[in-house]
Design a protein around this ligand. Structure first.
Ligand code: ZN
Length: 247
């Protein structure tokens, strides 16, 4: 059922920035894949400019291996992806449209092994698989954010709105602009992550241990990851219920 006032969607073609549909319905993709990818690449470029890359080669190698196995499991070519460990104690990780994965050094203080890192990376890839960035952008447009989003897209070539773009894509905690994923999106990402883990040969059971460790870790410090993701305790029971199908 369409609830929008405009029956005919006006289409705006923007050179170099994909296509934006204005005045559409909730169940219509308002933002094209190309636009979401362009925004992801813009956000990544901005984060790269603002944040030094970690110098720990072993840490980077671990992330490379885990990411490559998970990406192969979901039918992606790992060589097409850019995967980086960023310097900083933030307990945070993200995957952006445009084939980018970032994990902060702080996350490595929480994960106990490669399987637990796979829980985090698999979850973030799951958000991309399910096109949650796109859902988020669509929802914002549907909520009357349309002109602002249009302005963002028109200015995509400038860094002025990079923070807002990053926020919309889920990396917003970098800029203090936070848009949490919904519980449905979180569970969907958890499920896709566990599926990729199982197919890649990781141990999905490590997910429960990882989220318990995360719950303990956030007792002492600012939980950046949790600004865009719900509390670990809220997902442990749901993950335990999912696990039998992945064993
Ligand atoms: Zn999430």
């Amino acid at each position: 059922m369409c609830h929008c006032l405009m029956n005919r969607r006006s289409m705006l073609k923007l050179s170099g920035a994909g296509t934006l549909l204005l005045g559409g319905c909730d169940n219509v993709d308002l933002v094209s894949d190309e636009t979401v990818e362009a925004m992801g690449l813009e956000a990544w470029a901005d984060i790269r400019q603002a944040t030094p890359v970690a110098t720990d080669a072993a840490m980077q190698a671990t992330l490379n291996n885990v990411s490559a196995q998970l990406l192969s499991a979901v039918g992606e070519a790992p060589g097409d992806w850019e995967v980086l460990v960023f310097r900083g104690n933030e307990i945070n990780a993200f995957a952006l449209p445009g084939r980018k994965i970032g994990v902060y050094e702080g996350m490595f203080q929480v994960v106990a092994n490669a399987d637990q890192l796979a829980v985090i990376v698999g979850h973030e890839i799951g958000h991309l698989q399910a096109e949650h960035s796109q859902e988020r952008m669509n929802a914002q447009l549907a909520q009357g954010w349309g002109m602002r989003a249009l302005s963002l897209i028109l200015r995509l070539g400038e860094v002025e709105y990079a923070a807002e773009i990053a926020a919309a894509l889920g990396a917003g905690v970098e800029y203090g602009l936070v848009l949490p994923y919904s519980r449905r999106q979180e569970l969907e990402a958890d499920r896709l992550g566990l599926l990729a883990m199982a197919e890649a040969g990781f141990r999905p059971d490590e997910a429960v241990k990882l989220w318990r460790r995360m719950d303990q870790a956030i007792g002492n410090r600012a939980p950046e990851f949790l600004a865009t993701h719900p509390a670990p305790t809220s997902r442990i029971a749901a993950i335990e219920a999912m696990l039998p199908e992945f064993r």
